[in-house]
Design a binder for this molecule. Structure first.
Ligand code: AHR
Length: 497
């Protein structure tokens, strides 16, 4: 098969906001306990933070991490999670049916984020709580001192404000599973007032209103419109969440899901702009795709879990090679919408549906770690409006799916052009060409490929390098034209400079 990538250095989609390479840590399963924090372990530092995990998180160059949930946040009493550890109460945590002992909380997360070299996207509880508690939490985090909650922070050992600038107004409030689930109107009003009050306290913060929990929610569309109708002028972003699975073991259809993600983003952009038009609004609402990933491998095991354990093995998907291909494609999709998607979080970061896994004896990289890492490091710059001419296929749920998913990111400062590409064909290599005459003198720096003969191959602690990237010699530039071969079922990154 043959395909063409067409770019023009004057046709730009937009500048990449590095926050689209964000991730997520929820107080859930072993994400925190045994994941990023394990007191007494020889692998942990003096604060109990796992050193090996921190190293892998830094390898990913994660710019922002959402915390503390997720469904967890809708029952969260943040006051339980600060102050002397021995005084913190243990509580039944209703979202995931466990006991939360609060040994790790807000201030520990702030310290951890500093060590991980990442910013924080903090979520407030708009499920069982409301604007008052959100305001108090913001005062605790961002107020300089001399007030009840800011002095409480100081007394807890943090003299300087945490200065958290990005705030999620609740989580998945459209979902009937959510504690304090609301109708769109109820939520839109609450989000508006919470955001307004929070911005009275700290006008520099940005807030994210909850969109739909996934594209197939029966309220999708109406939800976004009604919520924004209530809070358009008071919030900055609308969230999207989406997970995909391959329970039917239909790989072509599974890999086509990035097209579903693309439709989801375009749909939400249209709704945001429809509300803007109706209101004669000046500002644009941008998108925060703050939960996305593959998630299905652990569903059956999770159903059998006994309730009220502490840090059980929950949502521990073991990712295979085909999952890495879809994750690579989803990252390409996010980049292709860089004009409107300004934040996104791979959900999640450690142990819970995560690129990083840990045990008592070490930490290792799952298959999805690699496309995430390379895109996070090299996908920064300006996205070129990338046209792809490639053969297409139909799958069970999608029509006209391009075998080639691709996007080009130009970093003018560093004078580099990076092409990310996935060949979704399970049978054939793809010969790809791209006219590069506008990028005179550029040469191929490296072509990295992630592929495997076994679509179901996984990395484990015992065998952590089953699926790892390799270098390819298949790309060359001749007479201003790039020609390359993308192997069947492969993720690729071609760096030119
Ligand atoms: O990421 C796991 C869960 O998925 C989150 O808690 C929730 O927001 C979503 O349904």
């Amino acid at each position: 098969k043959k395909a063409q990538i067409i770019i023009d250095k004057y046709f730009l989609t937009g500048k990449v906001d590095k926050r689209i390479f964000g991730s997520f840590i929820e107080q859930l399963g072993r994400a925190v306990y045994q994941g990023i924090y394990q007191e007494g372990s020889p692998l942990s530092d003096e604060q109990g933070f796992r050193r090996d995990t921190l190293e892998l998180v830094r390898e990913l160059q994660v710019p922002i991490v959402r915390y503390p949930g997720g469904n967890f946040v809708s029952g969260f009493k943040w006051e339980d999670s600060v102050g002397p550890k021995e005084l913190r109460p243990a509580r039944p945590e209703l979202a995931w049916g466990v006991i939360e002992n609060n040994h790790f909380g807000l201030d520990e997360f702030v310290d951890w984020a500093k060590k991980a070299d990442t910013d924080i996207m903090m979520a407030v509880n708009l499920g069982t709580r409301g604007p008052e508690e959100a305001r108090n939490l913001l005062e605790y985090c961002n107020f300089k001192g001399g007030t009840y909650y800011s002095d409480m922070r100081k007394a807890n050992g943090h003299a300087e404000p945490h200065n958290i600038k990005t705030w999620c107004l609740g989580n998945e409030m459209d979902g009937p599973w959510q504690m304090g689930h609301k109708t769109a109107y109820e939520y839109g009003r609450t989000a508006a007032e919470t955001s307004r009050i929070m911005k009275m306290l700290d006008p520099e913060i940005e807030t994210v209103a909850c969109g739909s929990s996934n594209l197939m929610m029966p309220t999708f569309g109406d939800w976004e419109y009604t919520v924004l109708d209530e809070c358009y002028d008071l919030v900055d972003y609308m969230s999207l969440h989406q997970y995909y699975g391959n329970a039917a073991d239909d790989t072509p259809d599974f890999l086509a899901n990035s097209k579903g993600m693309d439709d989801f983003i375009s749909g939400v952009v249209s709704i945001c702009d429809a509300v803007r038009a109706k209101k004669h609004g000046k500002k644009r609402i941008n998108l925060s795709f703050d939960e996305w990933n593959v998630w299905y491998h652990s569903n059956a095991a999770d159903e059998k879990l006994e309730k009220w354990g502490q840090a059980p093995h929950q949502l521990e998907d073991i990712y295979n090679f085909e999952d890495a291909l879809l994750v690579g494609s989803m990252l390409i999709t996010l980049l292709r919408h860089a004009d409107r998607v300004k934040m996104a979080c791979l959900a999640q970061l450690v142990n819970v549906i995560a690129p990083i896994m840990t045990s008592d004896t070490g930490a290792w990289r799952q298959t999805i770690f690699y496309p995430y890492m390379y895109t996070s490091i090299f996908g920064r710059g300006t996205v070129l409006n990338t046209q792809v001419l490639a053969p297409v296929y139909d799958s069970r749920n999608y029509c006209d799916v391009s075998y080639l998913d691709s996007v080009c990111v130009w970093n003018e400062e560093k004078d580099t052009l990076t092409i990310f590409a996935v060949n979704k064909s399970l049978e054939e290599d793809l010969e790809v060409s791209c006219d590069l005459r506008q990028f005179e003198g550029y040469q191929v720096q490296e072509h990295i490929v992630l592929t495997n003969d076994d679509m179901k191959a996984v990395n484990t602690e015992a065998d952590p390098e089953k699926v790892v990237p390799v270098k390819s010699a298949a790309s060359r530039i001749d007479g201003g034209k790039l020609s390359t071969v993308l192997g069947k079922h492969s993720w690729n990154m071609i760096r030119l400079a």
